[in-house]
Design a protein around this ligand. Structure first.
Ligand code: ZN
Ligand code: ZN
Length: 134
């Protein structure tokens, strides 16, 4: 557990339902979901076939609903890869600038937004924290 965010608002979902994409089995669980831009990573293990799936959950700041993404791509890892790529290209730029005697400063993004639209019509973004690679 990381204690880096203070959850101001969270919704308690007592029947988050997920149908296993492998066997179609119905799974439900109780989960506390922080409102966007915070989000929660939840691992679900299918009670029928034991297959596990990661989901990313975020509460809508406008209503009591929530959105979720099936996270089999493992978004945090993608973001991590993206951040490494960014840092690598920036380093190339920085090295080049240094050779030319120039001085540049770059703000490394700390958050990676994922856009979402709630069933109520609200649009918001969930921000994934990009790990500090320094
Ligand atoms: Zn299953
Ligand atoms: Zn909503």
């Amino acid at each position: 557990m990381r204690g880096n965010t203070t959850v101001k608002d969270a919704i308690m979902i007592t029947d988050f339902t997920y149908y296993c994409y492998r066997c179609g089995g119905k799974n439900s669980l109780d989960v506390e979901i922080p409102n966007a831009p915070d989000c929660r990573h939840q691992e679900i293990t299918c009670s029928s076939c034991g297959d596990s799936t990661r989901v990313l959950l975020a509460g809508c700041p406008e209503c009591e609903k929530y959105v979720y993404w099936i996270n089999d791509l493992n978004i945090p890892n993608l973001v991590n890869g993206f951040a490494k790529y960014m840092v690598h290209s920036m380093q190339t730029m920085i090295d080049r600038a240094a050779q030319q005697g120039a001085r540049i400063s770059i703000d490394t993004p700390e958050k990676y937004p994922i856009k979402a639209t709630c069933p109520c019509g609200a649009r918001f973004a969930v921000e994934l924290i990009i790990p500090d690679l320094a």
